[in-house]
Design a protein around this ligand. Structure first.
Ligand SMILES: [Zn+2]
Length: 199
């Protein structure tokens, strides 16, 4: 799968990171795009659903697998969801084990913090407001999603984003999502000792 930052050599991130996703939305709430998986208030934890071929002992997301909860680094373009009554874009915070890829990441724990409102008033807007309320997330104009997310976490530092191969983002945050970010001293010392990785 290419070069990897192993957990013991990658910097510890002590603050949750922010990301962006799309969901299906209906009156019952949010559902993952590609799985029949409902999202409820608070922490959403990844489970490996890859089956026997992908068995691994480590928690999801495993480097050797495709599991984990996916999110992009940047907000999804409005075009990706605005034209559909059943799609909504939003912001999340991610913590636990995180595998970094070129344009996004796979994480162990994720929480919805914001949903993007359509420009128009109507049933979809009312549904988003209601679902956001049930998730204790904010319903905001799309342009404000990143600002909402930054109240709960920080963007993945650009120097940690792999240009092509995925990278393990260290022994990442196993603490409350509202704690504080990257320990610069530990990050520096670990970066000095980083190996070339494998995989
Ligand atoms: Zn897996």
């Amino acid at each position: 799968m290419g070069a990897v930052l192993h957990a013991e050599t990658a910097p510890d991130l002590v603050h949750p990171v922010i990301g962006f996703r799309l969901w299906r939305i209906d009156d019952a709430g949010l559902r993952s795009l590609y799985h029949d998986e409902r999202w409820s208030r608070g922490r959403h934890t990844a489970r490996c659903a890859a089956g026997r071929l992908a068995e691994h002992d480590e928690p999801s997301p495993a480097h050797s697998c495709t599991c984990g909860i996916y999110a992009w680094y940047e907000p999804c373009p409005r075009l990706a969801w605005a034209g559909s009554d059943s799609l909504v874009g939003g912001a999340v915070v991610l913590w636990g084990q995180i595998e970094l890829h070129g344009t996004g990441m796979r994480a162990q724990h994720v929480m919805v913090v914001g949903l993007a409102l359509p420009l128009t008033h109507g049933p979809k807007r009312r549904r988003i407001v209601s679902v956001a309320d049930s998730l204790e997330a904010e319903a905001v104009p799309a342009r404000r999603l990143a600002a909402v997310a930054k109240r709960h976490g920080q963007p993945v530092p650009s120097e940690l984003k792999p240009r092509c191969a995925p990278a393990r983002a260290g022994a990442v945050v196993q603490r409350d999502p509202r704690a504080d970010w990257l320990d610069p001293a530990r990050a520096r010392s670990r970066r000095r000792g980083r190996g070339s990785g494998s995989g």
